[in-house]
Design a protein around this ligand. Structure first.
Ligand SMILES: [Zn+2]
Length: 267
């Protein structure tokens, strides 16, 4: 069975608050990653492409990889896009629909609450240049701590807002914070998405649940060699089962935290 690496980046730039540092790679680092992948013959497709291949039972070509970017920060346009174009890699960009043209408010705890987000004109240009725009919720909450109704709104409304703003169907979703309970995955399916991505230190494959696609987070400390080793030397699992006890423990802890926040809202 072929393993399929799906990478997730966040910010591509040169400076940020120290607490956010691991989520930022420089343009040069991104270029070295893509260079190493193309040297080994990897070609990128979008998550939408992968969903269509998988749903029509067509094989995923050998040496396929996927490059995704979460959040919709404005540095995607000036930091990531030139590198993607130069290396001829397609990509999927997951956008927080309620903060288009605003700032990454949910990153306030990491000192990056005023990091600028892409605006509609920039998103339309990126789409024209071949980037798949996917949804990443309306406000970047921890979805599985919300009620069914609230979580449904986050998934449905972000899809609709992006489709209205961009004039094209939005078919894939990335769960904010990377987690998805069984209920959240069902909501994604019912909202009309074809596939959804989580974050898991694992490779995907052709049998993995389309609403729980594993992605590997690329952080600032990852060299191109380490990244290639990770993908090719099976240093990470392939398509691990969706639910594990450890995930359940995490969810419980986060539910308590969310409850605490609603009782003692942050100012
Ligand atoms: Zn995110």
């Amino acid at each position: 069975m072929q393993s399929i690496p799906i990478l997730v980046y966040h910010s591509v730039g040169s400076s940020c608050a120290s607490a956010y540092r691991r989520w930022l790679v420089t343009q040069r680092e991104l270029d070295s990653h893509l260079h190493a992948l193309s040297d080994r013959g990897y070609r990128a497709i979008t998550v939408g492409d992968l969903a269509l291949l998988r749903r029509s039972a067509q094989p995923v070509p050998p040496l396929t990889c996927l490059i995704t970017f979460d959040d919709g920060l404005s540095d995607f346009a000036e930091g990531a896009m030139p590198v993607l174009m130069a290396r001829r890699f397609s990509a999927t960009l997951y956008v927080v629909s309620g903060l288009v043209g605003a700032t990454a408010r949910w990153l306030a705890d990491l000192g990056e609450g005023s990091r600028p987000m892409l605006d509609w004109a920039a998103l339309r240009n990126l789409q024209k240049a071949g980037v798949e725009i996917g949804a990443h919720s309306v406000s970047h909450p921890e979805l599985d701590t919300l009620s069914w109704a609230k979580a449904t709104r986050e998934l449905r409304d972000s899809k609709k807002a992006l489709e209205d703003g961009l004039g094209r169907a939005v078919t894939t979703f990335a769960y904010p914070h990377g987690y998805a309970s069984r209920a959240t995955r069902r909501i994604a399916e019912e909202a009309g998405y074809l596939a959804a991505c989580r974050v898991r230190h694992a490779l995907s494959d052709e049998t993995e649940n389309l609403f729980a696609l594993s992605r590997i987070v690329v952080t600032s400390d990852m060299t191109a060699e380490a990244l290639v080793d990770l993908i090719e030397k099976q240093q990470v699992p392939v398509a691990p089962p969706v639910d594990r006890l450890i995930a359940t423990g995490w969810r419980a802890a986060r539910r308590v935290r969310a409850l605490h926040r609603s009782v003692f809202p942050r100012r």
